[in-house]
Design a protein around this ligand. Sequence first.
Ligand code: FAD
Length: 557
Amino acid sequence: SKRIVVVGGVAGGMAAATRARRLDENASITVFDKGPYTGFANCGIPYALDGVIPNDSSLILQTPEGFKNRFNIDVHVNAEVTKIDRAAKTVEVKATDEKESKQYPYDSLILSQGAEAFVPPVDGIQASNVFTLQTIPELQSVKNYIAANSCKSVAIIGGGFIGLEAAENLRLHGLDVSIIEYMPHVFPPVDSDIAEPIHSELRKNGIQLYLNARMQGIEAAPEGNGRASAIVLSDGIKVPFDLAIVAVGVRPRVSLAQEAGLQVDRNGVVINEFMQTSDPDIYAVGDMICTPHRITSRPMRVALAGPAARQGRLAADKIFGYATAASAYRGNIGTSACKVFDLTVGIAGLSVKVLEDMGLNPLWVTVHPPDHAGYYPTAHPITLKVAFEPGTGRLLGAQAIGLAGVDKRIDVLATAMQGNMTITDLTHLELAYAPPYGSAKDPVNMAGYVGSNVLADDVQVVHAAEINIQALAAKGTQIVDVRSPSEFSKGHLPNAVNIPVNNLRKAVEAGSLDQNKDVVVYCQVGYRGYLAYRILKHKGFNVVNLDGGYKAVSEGG
Ligand code: FAD
């Protein structure tokens, strides 16, 4: 019978090991993990900081005994694989409670070692009250430290999803929380206009936000007890803390593979579409590998639990002869969502900024429809931004933020993207509708309608970031705000005239607008602007509509 050895017993490793058992009852399956737990839910760790998940042990989904009883898998914890001997087909394992290393033979080896928290090499980072937050022991260290020292303040370095989730849960736990983010906005996968409402939400909840903030060092506590007491930023600002958490990203664990002579590039271990490394008897999955991005075909690292689990399963399928051409790995699109207090932000595919940086020149539209029928209580707008390829309309990226219904739209768009659908295809999607859940024209359909008009050049739009009031004034462009006078009075673009859309035909007939000058129209979210655009276009004006409306400007587009 086959001997399968798995290195790393969490997301990818356990998916591989349990699938292997389901495919072959006789195989010998052995899993090594250098940590004290296997089969735990890293994704739940931030929620255990506040007690949303009250018991740390509920993060442990399966114990070594459980794996043995249900799957007949031998799980060794506190056992680090230190070497792979490819010629002898053995791994060397050092268990913490044993003096000598042992050799274990394999026929197929699966590496699922994950990625480790990157700790920037600045002075003071080794202080005893600076933590990372990736494992259950690290979670327990943070919680114990807070309790033992009655901590009142925490500085979180990094505003990615781990940093944001930790910030929210520690704030709910009553701590003063600061987030230090190197980039101009938090949650870097999305564009700045999508991230902007997160900033307001964090501030509304009492979190101090330092953006464009470079950490220069960490200052030792005056008591000199091995602790630190403040982050020092490059502009001299000091952010004091009782405890700090470093969450600035992860690095794939590739040294074991590298030392064994497997092909590794800067994004991780190189694999084929069946998760085989450059040695076909050695597979690698999860955060340590690099996969082609489904949209761009370029190599990209995606550190997410879903891909790790699917890849682990695929490796087992390949080993036992169950993999087919249809099961070959198709690459990732990085679908993810993050809760930030009352808001949810999500993305599938790539942001407009990333697409532009790659030179892909996408078209995109932003819509703000309600998450469900506006007349049914508790409807809230979703900001939905969808990017697509000029010419073909192929979907390239979808980002959304709002109070409700974001995850659903992101998942629909993620599915559409993986089905190689176009912006026009979104207009055809038949989605579940009853007033509490959606609208007859779902936000995804709406993005499709607006986007397919742009694709077909039936409507010309200008994006909030492209609006340059001075340049428009120099050209004599007329800016027409077609909202109601009360909306106009609460804030409007400089130089705009207010002609509510219902009055627009009469105003044009009365000669209020100069047909020889260009017009920019806008409303609050884009829809009335589009109606005004149509009226003016039919009357012979050279007109553009502001994509996403005034809301896109006021939210920082
Ligand atoms: P891991 O699950 O990290 O497992 C790797 C294991 O290998 C570790 O236990 C490690 O100890 C062990 N190991 C490494 N080297 C050796 C060795 N030489 N010998 C023995 N054992 C070794 N993803 C999402 O999709 N959604 C989320 O909401 C989300 N939230 C997250 C929150 C946190 C706090 C963290 C840390 C991660 C989160 N992730 C989330 C990411 C997700 O957990 C990872 O993408 C996923 O766990 C990767 O699986 P993996 O098998 O590659 O690695």
